[in-house]
Design a protein around this ligand. Structure first.
Ligand code: DLL
Length: 433
């Protein structure tokens, strides 16, 4: 079996814990010295870096949230001067501003190697042709997978997102062997191929490296059949590094977390208390190698559990269960993170006042759609028809500016949205994943 970095992926637990402690102490020293936010938090809790002498001491440190990152927008939590940063990425924040992350040259090198791990783990080699269908831009997905594939010496086809039929044509003509995408995009490609009468077996595809959004075993089976590939799962989030935090091996019984680079904990999302090994709760991650943008006890809001039993693949790194839900209200629409609060900001901003609204999400085939239904208020009602049209346009434009996604919007009669105890259900997610 091929293992990219056996020294770290098959390390004994004792050695791993020693390495983690050394890296944790170095990270704590760095953020204490260079990041005002952490120094202040440590001071408030009476923590001095010298007090962290075991991995268990991590519970003395404060948790970090998306709010903290947002409050320090854009560069306040960087631990190096900008001149040492060679790359900036960002992802959706809670409000109208994104969360900005940075990488030093060394961060990029480590990131590429972490991504290489899950590629090699599911059988991708330097002989493969890797078609990357993520959007190349501020999103971490495309660059992360791109560099990982180059690191193992595979040939990268940097397609980006776009017309599905063009993706299929390139797949056919360039003889792509690996598909990099979100699970829903992979399913969309499979559906379109079926419509076009293309036999998936006529393609050269063999592996799907899929991640960026939750997906079920049922979806996996549909993708595997529809594209005639081995569909594998990988996990990450932009704030922490992007893809390359965890990935499946060929056993497909959980995702190995790359614990030499990330220290995972599971907490109770309501109390913040650390839960025992095996319990389900919110994944919290401390970065152990990052230079530009280290994070201490970052609340991912993703719900999972950790399995420390040995894996048949020979890797000793802990496995996390596939993520199925979150402890906050973040939605992932076509791979893009969206908060209901951002939609509300757009609706109220366009209406210049509060307006009753509901967000409806559907999945038709494999494609997510979001519709904003807004009740006519006296103020909106008094607008002539043409102005109502431009109000809806303004809502859609604002949502697109904040989140980058296209939505539809419509007006309905006053008090026509269903209410429970006087309240409108803000989000109606009708997707069956
Ligand atoms: O989605 C990074 C990524 C790109 C991972 C490509 C894998 C492949 P964000 O846009 O910041 O980063 O979204 C992160 O997406 O907190 C999870 O809720 C969700 N997510 C990511 N991967 C998975 C997965 C990228 N494999 C958020 N299964 C995370 C379930 C996932 N959810």
């Amino acid at each position: 079996m091929n293992i990219w970095d056996p020294t770290h992926e098959c390390i004994s637990r004792d050695e791993l814990e020693q390495l983690q402690l050394e890296r944790l102490q170095a990270t704590i020293n760095r953020v204490h010295k260079n990041v005002i936010h952490y120094r202040k938090q440590f001071n408030d809790l009476g923590v001095i870096p010298e007090n962290i002498t075991s991995l268990a001491d991590i519970s003395k440190l404060p948790l970090t949230s998306k709010d903290d990152i947002n409050r320090n927008y854009p560069y306040g939590m960087f631990a190096v001067p900008l001149r040492e940063v060679v790359r900036i990425h960002s992802s959706s924040g809670i409000g109208s501003k994104p969360m900005v992350t940075g990488y030093t040259k060394n961060d990029i090198r480590i990131w590429s190697n972490l991504v290489a791990r899950f590629m090699i783990a599911v059988g991708v080699t330097h002989d493969d042709l890797v078609q990357v269908t993520f959007h190349y831009g501020l999103f971490t997905g495309a660059f992360g997978l791109h560099y990982g594939a180059e690191t193992i010496g595979a040939s990268v086809i940097p397609m980006g997102t776009g017309d599905i039929e063009r993706q299929i044509m390139i797949m056919q003509d360039y003889k792509s062997t690996v598909l990099v995408s979100t699970p829903s995009y992979a399913l969309e490609i499979a559906f379109r191929m079926e419509q076009l009468g293309i036999n998936p077996k006529s393609l050269s595809l063999k592996v799907g490296l899929l991640g960026g959004e939750p997906w079920s075993d049922n979806m996996r089976a549909q993708i595997e059949q529809g594209l005639s590939i081995n569909a594998t799962d990988n996990y990450g989030l932009s704030e922490v590094i992007g893809p390359g935090i965890a990935g499946e091996c060929s056993c497909k019984s959980g995702l190995h977390i790359y614990e030499d680079a990330f220290l995972p904990e599971i907490i109770d999302p309501d109390t913040g208390k650390v839960l025992p090994a095996g319990a389900e709760g919110e994944l919290v991650i401390t970065t152990l190698t990052k230079e530009a943008f280290p994070l201490i006890r970052y609340r991912t809001r993703d719900i999972t559990s950790l399995d420390y039993t040995p894996c048949a693949c020979g890797r000793t790194l802990v496995r996390m269960k596939r993520i199925s839900r979150r402890s906050d209200d973040m939605l992932i629409i076509r791979g893009v993170n969206v908060y209901p609060s951002q939609i509300e900001e757009a609706v109220f901003g366009a209406a210049h006042s509060e307006a009753p609204y509901q967000i409806v999400i559907e999945r038709v085939g494999a494609v997510d759609s979001m519709e904003i239904i807004i009740e006519v208020t006296d103020k909106i009602f008094s607008l002539e028809l043409q102005k109502q049209g431009s109000f809806l346009e303004s809502v859609k434009k604002r949502i697109n500016t904040i989140t980058g996604i296209d939505v539809s919007a419509k007006l309905v009669g006053a008090r026509s949205l269903p209410r429970q105890d006087g309240k409108i259900t803000r989000v109606l997610d009708r997707r069956q994943i």
